[in-house]
Write a protein that binds this ligand. Sequence first.
Ligand code: NAD
Ligand code: SER
Length: 317
Amino acid sequence: MKKLLLTGALGQIGTELTTALRKAYGENNVVASDIHPEIPDGPLRGGLYEVVDVVKPKQIADVVKKYQVTDIIHLAALLSAVGEAKPHLAWEVNMGGLFNVLEVARECGAALFTPSSIAAFGPSTPADQTPQDTIQRPTTMYGVTKVAGELLCDYYYLKYGVDTRGVRFPGLISYEALPGGGTTDYAVHIFYEALKHQSYTSYIDRGTYMDMMYMPDAIKATMQLLEADPQKLIHRNAFNVTAMSFDPEALAAEIRQHIPTFSLSYKVDPVRQNIANSWPNSLDDSVARAEWGFKPEYDLAAMTKDMLTQLKIKLKV
Ligand code: NAD
Ligand code: SER
């Protein structure tokens, strides 16, 4: 039986992934961890929890040994917009943290899953239907750490046999926890504002297409890849995955199917716009489909309908 440790478990992905893993593997086989001493109100209250700062290798090793962890799900990171505001800290947390976690995985014989991102691509990458194997010259610190992280995970697999696996997630849309400071966050905030004020001011300009995915598909993909037959995995770090690609106008039009009075305006943030401009418009995820059966369920229409339904309940509007 797997014993799993999540780092960065209080973030947007970890909040939902921890719950899903507990359902699949049992409450006592999934340890959530994050840098915060307190678990906020919400779904993670009550389960196994440890404070782990990933830049401190001993804290990781102590928890892995204490629970005899077999699989580390490494989520602790600074995202793209925060990474551009604090590039030195982003390097320290994203690269230092990953290196520490990989070392513990090597020493303790644990497997490691960690997400990369569409940010691992850059302006010289083919922007449409971006292939699995292509040019990766990102221009953000976050992207630099993601490419280096992919390579480091491959290195630990090839050199030491650590079972490393990862996906390049697009922007993730969810209602449980707010996103933690990325460029794609507008595609979450827009739903809150649509329900509360029937309007949203976007910091990303019209015509800017980025890949996105609804959280249930991201959770399903993660769990599928964790259980995938290693013999079939050629591209371990990291698989392109996507579910939809849209710009703010297309998302607003879909929201108007449910809230006809919704209005969208723009106040473009040059920093996040530049980041978005450097990322692909749409990914080719055929390799993930072929090697481990990736198949998302939610397109733009299905995601929008479910987000509005779930958020109405959450926000009591
Ligand atoms: P998030 O910002 O919501 O959560 C990150 C968590 O890491 C936070 O709870 C934070 O407290 C924690 N953390 C920060 N510094 C830490 C440290 N030193 N030690 C331990 N914990 C620390 O991020 P997320 O959206 O859940 O992303 C998780 C992973 O998925 C990241 O690697 C991210 O790059 C990747 N990813 C996310 C998205 C997305 O849209 N959410 C897309 C692509 C890739
Ligand atoms: N959603 C993430 C970001 O915008 C993509 O990795 O930073």
